[in-house]
Design a protein around this ligand. Structure first.
Ligand code: UDP
Length: 470
């Protein structure tokens, strides 16, 4: 390697849309700054990335984004339900087997790193063993958590202080210590990962060995938490987002363009500005037929046109959740929609979201107020950021019931009306949402905070390479 050669950075995301999509976006952002990026994934995941990569490569030309395929060893094929290699296309009950199967990629990944000797590996926090593989070869590893600064600070505080151990019930509130805002939680809002202290310790130790943390957020969204997170003894961290702005017109993100894409767009084109509510619960969730029906009736009762994406999971195969005539009131998409494209359409004026971090930030970047409806994992924490810190979200219901609830049609209609309607509060939320969207765009543009963080990070990686004699 010569000093002037592009930095060669490998990305190894968890095989789940919520991790692969933002990592590919980071690769795009880095490529535009002269990096040669390679996404490492398994063959079954190639179709989810290929069209987006080709699109990026034909847009920016040099250097290119590459794809390296790492097949699962035959010994774990029996752990891959129906041959699926992505959490997004399997049911929740198969997740544990899948994580065991991924573990079998340890050896192959180490070999691949040894053969290619990249200048850096960006890998998911959930793969702590990648830190050892990189460390053994003297390759700096960057951690990607998939969360923003607020959830990272909340998680760190929970891990340090363990406040949930001291409460007597799942619904008893406790304060999260050491944060700039007074944030309360209940045990029912805590991700099950906090019940696995050994695993958390392993992730933390791997992080300590790493070069730092790359975070998909932007400074102005959560300045106090951005400061707190990287304040020593916190990790070195670079805030590089919202990464979805790397190409918000990419309708292939997370898959291939749907045959109905143009029909959807012309439907949206026929609607008034800010009149449509977009409804989507991310890539993993499975809703019951009963819940789907309440959503359908709630959307119908709201009187608002809607664009509702329903994953082909849970009770979707049953017939009776979709009331007759509903499709005249809105668009029901079963499968996958180009979320970032839809959110940025001028007709879309609100977002009913499960508060996955990517969806949260994509909604912020699109400037739409949100109905927050967390289901599991760290989504309850993200809801608090939207409703209590930045003030652009309305809860569909208070509490931490998540998937054990059935939210009623009345609650759906009321929350949608609160977000989409007029009045001082709704207008305040809409105005703030627009201000955050403007700040998000400014952050990624030349000279913006995220643009500068990427520059600083790449300069440090180049210096590290030079120090290694590369
Ligand atoms: N997504 C999409 N179309 C869909 C569903 C999801 O493009 O129909 C994308 C969404 O834009 C986001 C990712 O999939 O980038 C989901 O990540 P998130 O963190 O929101 O939720 P998760 O799926 O991990 O629960």
């Amino acid at each position: 390697t010569k000093a002037g050669d592009p930095l060669k950075i490998f990305f190894f995301p968890l095989m789940s849309p919520g991790h692969m999509i933002p990592m590919l976006d980071i690769a795009k952002l880095f490529c535009r700054r002269g990096v040669s990026a390679t996404i490492v994934t398994t063959p079954g995941n190639e179709p989810l990335l290929r069209t987006s990569i080709d699109r990026a490569n034909s847009t920016y030309h040099h250097p290119l984004i590459h794809l390296l395929l790492l097949p699962f060893p035959p010994s774990v094929h029996h752990l891959l339900p129906s041959g699926s290699e992505n959490l997004g296309s399997m049911s929740a009950s198969d997740h544990v087997d899948f994580f065991i199967a991924i573990d079998a990629l340890r050896g192959p990944l180490a070999e691949l790193l040894g053969a290619h000797r990249p200048d850096c590996l960006v890998s998911d926090s959930i793969f702590p063993w990648t830190a050892d593989a990189a460390f053994a070869l003297g390759i700096p590893r960057l951690v990607f958590h998939g969360h923003g600064a607020f959830p990272l600070c909340v998680h760190r505080s929970l891990q340090l202080h363990n406040p949930h151990a001291g409460v007597s019930s799942d619904s008893e509130p406790f304060a999260v210590e050491g944060l700039p805002d007074h944030i309360q939680m209940t045990r029912s809002e805590i991700s099950p990962i906090f019940c696995q202290p050994d695993f958390l310790r392993i992730i933390a130790e791997a992080e300590e060995k790493s070069f730092g943390v790359v975070v998909n957020t932007f400074y102005k969204l959560e300045p106090a938490y951005a400061e707190l997170y990287r304040k020593p003894p916190g990790p070195r961290a670079w805030f590089v987002g919202p990464v979805s702005l790397s190409d918000k017109d990419d309708a292939d993100r997370g898959g291939r363009l749907h045959p109905d894409h143009h029909r959807w767009l012309s439907w949206l084109n026929s609607k008034a500005e800010n009149s449509v509510v977009y409804v989507c619960f991310g890539s993993l969730c499975e809703l019951s037929g009963k819940q789907l029906r309440e959503i359908a009736l709630g959307l119908a009762a709201s009187g608002q046109p809607f664009f509702w994406v329903v994953r082909e999971k849970g009770d979707v195969a049953g017939e009776d959740w979709l009331p007759e005539g509903l499709e005249e009131r809105g668009m029901v998409v079963i499968g996958w929609a180009p979320q970032v494209v839809v959110l940025n359409h001028p007709a879309v004026g609100g977002f009913v979201t499960h508060c996955g971090w990517n969806s949260t930030l994509e909604g912020v970047a699109a400037g739409v107020p949100m109905v927050t409806w967390p289901l599991w994992y760290e989504q309850f924490v993200n809801e608090k950021l939207l409703t209590e810190v930045v003030g652009i979200g309305v809860r569909v219901r208070r509490g931490g019931g998540g998937r054990s609830w059935v939210v009623t049609r009345e609650e759906v209609a009321a929350a949608v009306a609160a977000v989409m309607g007029g009045g001082e509060e709704a207008e305040g939320r809409r105005r703030r949402a627009m201000e955050y969207a403007v700040a998000a765009r400014a952050a990624v543009e030349e000279g913006g905070s995220s643009y500068q963080d990427i520059g600083r990070l790449l300069a440090e990686l180049a210096a590290a390479r030079a120090a290694r004699g590369g």
